[in-house]
Design a protein around this ligand. Structure first.
Ligand code: HAS
Length: 550
């Protein structure tokens, strides 16, 4: 059990994460009803306000606070109790991040920032929304440097030794996050804030979007890598095996530092201001960033087979039956992984130049990210929640909570299959994303989007409603395990932090030489971005004034 003072930091982060999750999922439910004309909003509330709240609270706030709760717990468990300074800066980082979160959320709720979570210019929010975002990022940097300080202290005490795999993966994710944030901090500080407060009249839209997507794609790996940490380190423990390969695990994470950032143009393939050469170069690099995910898939199947064989599995797929299906901590993460097969495949389709012309800005993209961040990441976090909160609170994860956990993951699976499948198909039929309506004055093409089973907004609404039900079940489990479940008294009632052993004896030490990886990462970023960004600045168009369309 980690120190009480460290547990308090983790619990504070989880508390904020699930408060954001509650509001964000409610916004999601409202959205599917509004798009089906099944709900009229009061005059003071509009669809884009709700959509902005949904995206910011779930994609940015829920994920970030949960990730720092997981990092805090795992770092305290794997490399020792936090020292006073690490603890102080972890709390400072938490409060600054929370202050920025509240500031941005107040701007959204008060109708001054209906700019969606990507806050594309020339839509212009209140300057305080951008200040809130900047504080949010700065807060995560403070928390990140606290964890880096904790890691460096361990390395000083253990010279010449590779760090435990959890710590290595945490620091890798943080290094990627720190480099990625440079883009969004640059555009928010030097473009959005002066523009929103009227200190400059116009904004260079192409530059602001390019700096956002410099950050935006690695943002998805900031979400994904903590889920991968659970796949690499916790799933083998639940299977009763060791980490399949310590070297492969570390290499796959290093590849994310190298290739997750110089790929942002694949979100801008239809934009006129970027030449095809630079788009093509970043698409090639995008296909490089797929490699560590395929390595991860290979590792997962290897773990399953090894654990199955250990239990006497025979035949090509005998291992499948032997998996610990009755353990909700495992089954939730397995389903999360399974969703990432179509989710990742969809990413490959998105990144294909020609196919992107078909899917860009359609509901297909919405379907894609609900089976990437909305399930592989979110459902892995749910699978972690089932034991992480009881572990931190010293409460039991009772049989009734375990049964409820299965109801929750099954409803999430059904809801997501319905909602995401219909979103993918509707996207292929041409249904746009980010619109408050779907009927388009009963245009014949749009009416197609309401008939059929999986080609219907109604299916999307049914799926979204089931997801909301599932989210409420999860909130009940969170509240019970946070405050109300019985305290663990007997040794068998205590919930453990399942961390698999990783054999690092043969792992090359250069894998932990950060100077190499950070150096190559910046070289790739320079190659991919220096000229196009320089061109956007040097040959800047007149710039755009702000538009407040709500
Ligand atoms: Fe994406 C748009 C390309 C991964 C999230 N993506 C988005 C947006 C979000 C998002 C939020 O190229 C919308 C942004 C917006 O609002 O405009 N994405 C990719 C690619 C990958 C990818 C190439 N995306 C993610 C992940 C996300 C995420 C991860 C969140 C966590 N994405 C794009 C592109 C766009 C895009 C374009 C812009 C589209 C547009 O035009 O706007 C890759 O990383 C995917 C690699 C992964 C795989 C799958 C490996 C499979 C694994 C699991 C194996 C299963 C096992 C379990 C072992 C190739 C690791 C056993 C299972 C059994 C059933 C036995």
């Amino acid at each position: 059990m980690i120190a009480v003072k460290d547990r308090k930091i983790a619990l504070a982060n989880i508390g904020v994460a699930y408060a954001a999750f509650l509001i964000g999922t409610l916004a999601g439910l409202l959205q599917v009803f509004i798009r089906n004309d099944a709900l009229q909003l009061p005059a003071w509330l509009d669809y884009y306000q709700i959509l902005t709240a949904h995206g910011v609270l779930l994609a940015l706030i829920f994920t970030t606070f949960f990730i720092f709760a997981f990092f805090t717990t795992g770092m305290s468990k794997s490399i020792g109790t936090f020292g006073p300074k690490v603890r102080l800066y972890s709390w400072v980082g938490f409060w600054v991040t929370l202050f920025g979160t509240v500031m941005a959320t107040v701007m959204i709720v008060s109708g001054k920032a209906s700019v969606l979570y990507t806050f594309y210019a020339p839509l212009k929010a209140s300057g305080w929304f951008y200040v809130g975002l900047a504080l949010f990022i700065i807060g995560t940097w403070i928390s990140s440097f606290a964890l880096i300080g904790h890691y460096m202290a361990w390395r000083r005490k253990n010279k010449g030794h590779l760090s435990p795999l959890f710590a290595f993966m945490t620091i890798t994710t943080i290094v990627m996050w720190l480099i990625a944030c440079l883009g969004v901090v640059a555009t928010v500080l030097f473009q959005y804030i002066p523009w929103a407060f009227g200190w400059t009249d116009t904004i260079n839209v192409e530059l602001s979007r390019s700096l956002f997507w410099y950050f935006g794609h690695p943002l998805v790996y900031f979400w994904l890598l903590p889920a991968y940490m659970a796949w690499y380190l916790i799933v083998p423990k639940l299977l009763g095996v060791k980490v399949f390969s310590d070297s492969l695990a570390r290499l796959s994470f290093v590849l994310f530092i190298l290739f997750s950032i110089p790929v942002g143009f694949h979100h801008q393939l239809t934009e006129p201001g970027i030449s095809n050469f630079w788009k093509f170069l970043q698409v090639v690099l995008t296909f490089m960033v797929i490699v560590p995910s395929l390595m991860t898939a290979f590792t997962m199947f290897a773990n399953f087979e090894i654990s199955g064989r250990k239990k006497g599995a025979v035949g090509l797929f005998g291992w499948f039956r032997m998996l610990p299906w009755k353990d909700v901590r495992f089954t939730s993460i397995f389903i999360a992984m399974a969703f990432f097969i179509p989710g990742g495949a969809g990413g490959i389709i998105n990144a294909s130049f020609q196919l992107n012309e078909v899917v860009h800005n359609t509901l297909w993209i919405v379907g894609h990210f609900h089976i990437t961040v909305g399930t592989p990441v979110a459902m892995t976090f749910m699978g972690l929640t089932f034991w992480l909160i009881p572990y931190l609170t010293g409460r039991q994860f009772t049989k009734s909570m375990q049964r409820l956990g299965f109801v929750q993951i099954i409803t999430w699976t059904i809801g997501m299959l319905l909602m995401s499948t219909s979103q993918h198909i509707l996207g292929l039929l041409g249904a746009p994303r980010r619109t408050a309506y779907a009927g388009y004055n009963n245009h014949p093409s749009a009416l197609e989007w309401f008939d059929g089973i999986l080609t219907s907004h109604v299916t999307m609404a049914v799926g979204g409603s089931i997801l909301f039900l599932s989210a409420m079940i999860l909130m009940y489990i969170v509240i019970m395990t946070m405050f109300l479940s019985p305290k663990a008294e007997r040794p068998e009632d205590f919930v453990e932090f399942p961390l698999a052993e990783s054999d690092k004896e043969h792992t090359p030490k250069f894998l932990e030489n950060w100077a190499i990886w950070v150096g190559i990462a910046f070289a790739l970023i320079f190659i991919a971005y220096a000229i196009p960004i320089g061109d956007m600045i040097q040959n800047a168009p007149p710039g755009s004034k702000g538009f407040i369309t709500w």
